[in-house]
Design a protein around this ligand. Structure first.
Ligand code: G3H
Ligand code: 13P
Ligand code: ZN
Length: 334
């Protein structure tokens, strides 16, 4: 049986993105795989009155089950209302959809937005696949994110050694032919907690910490010029907060030289046509840091609620910090 996202109280990205591009801020897209992450996201979005995108990856679908995640998102809308958010603006989005069939199944199942990631395909095949997904999704008012350019690191089980920046000369043709609603681009971000190799970075002589190379803002600018006002998406945008890395490493973890995108660069991106910023790894780090610390402090605890509660609080704190201090989406969904 087909379900429309509208019946679940969800919204698509169309209006949200148009406002974000105009307003010079970005919408947070947070991945979720479990209840604690979802609670933290909804509490953070509700308290800050920020529109929010709940992302479900292939890994999340394998881990938690697509049906369960869909009902959790539906529950999240009701939970937000219960917390006092009168008109929640929550999107349920498929992250890195890798086939027409997966995208179709999510559209039929109540997702309000899907990503078709054809970035590893030759250009013409990416166009063809994206167009096919758009044709189907638009019948149900579901919005579609596409991708051009390749991010370094692991992307949808395709691992690229180096990133290939999006070619600005391709974007007009791509958007025209596919009719996608937003475009993920490659300007130097990548997935995970190791976004750059130490040899790509410099070291801060005072702290000894790695300082990553800047994002390719010239490429972003050139794309904006070609597609004025068109919604642009940044994947791989965790900043890998060093305080979490330190807590993890001080409590039995081993994350040497983990490095992310500095927040000031994301702040700058959020003010441009970048209107969706994807964050997953920072949530993983916040959760792991809180749990490792808790176990060290309370070795006798074995009730999951004892260690998942501080983990949830830490994630919520991190989500609020992103919304208020980096993306600027607070107060945009009253
Ligand atoms: O795109 C990558 C996201 O962080 C999702 O990661 O596939 O391990 O769930 P995942
Ligand atoms: P991070 O690994 O930087 O959090 O990126 C997440 C992402 O892009 C999900 O699609
Ligand atoms: Zn991604």
């Amino acid at each position: 049986m087909k379900v429309s996202f509208k019946d679940l109280g969800l919204v698509n990205t169309r209006e949200m993105f148009a406002k974000a591009v105009k307003g010079g801020y970005a919408i947070p897209a947070f991945n979720f795989n479990n209840m604690e992450q979802l609670q933290a996201i909804i509490q953070a979005a509700t308290e800050t009155k920020s529109p929010v995108i709940l992302q479900v990856s292939k890994g999340a679908r394998n881990y938690a089950n697509q049906t369960l995640l869909r009902y959790m998102a539906q529950g999240a809308v009701e939970y937000a209302k219960e917390l006092g958010w009168k008109k929640p603006q929550i999107v349920l989005h498929l992250d890195h959809g890798d086939s027409y069939e997966v995208c179709k199944s999510c559209v039929d199942f109540g997702f309000s937005s899907v990503m078709i990631d054809g970035s590893a395909l030759p250009y013409d095949e990416n166009v063809k696949l994206t167009r096919k997904v758009v044709n189907y999704a638009h019948k149900f008012d579901v919005t579609v994110e596409a991708e051009l350019g390749v991010l370094a690191g692991v992307e949808d089980e395709v691992s690229a050694e180096v990133s290939h920046y999006t070619k600005p000369e391709e974007v007009i043709d791509f958007v025209k032919k596919t009719k996608c609603d937003s475009l993920a681009i490659s300007i130097g971000t990548s997935h995970g907690a190791y976004k750059f190799k130490p040899e790509q970075c410099t070291r801060d002589p005072k702290t000894g910490r790695l300082v990553p190379p800047p994002l390719a803002f010239d490429v972003l600018k050139a794309i904006e010029k070609k597609l004025p006002g068109f919604p642009i998406v940044l994947h791989g945008s965790s900043s890998v907060p060093q305080e979490y890395v330190d807590i993890i490493n001080a409590n039995g973890g081993k994350l040497p030289d983990a490095v992310g995108i500095p927040e000031e660069q994301l702040r700058k991106a959020a003010k441009s046509a970048v209107c969706k910023i994807n964050i997953d790894s920072d949530s993983r780090l916040a959760m792991t840091a809180a749990i490792r610390k808790h176990f060290n402090e309370f070795p006798g605890h074995f009730d999951p609620r004892q260690y998942l509660k501080p983990a949830r609080e830490e994630m919520k704190k991190m989500y609020i910090e992103k919304i208020v201090n980096v993306l600027g989406s607070n107060g945009k969904a009253r």
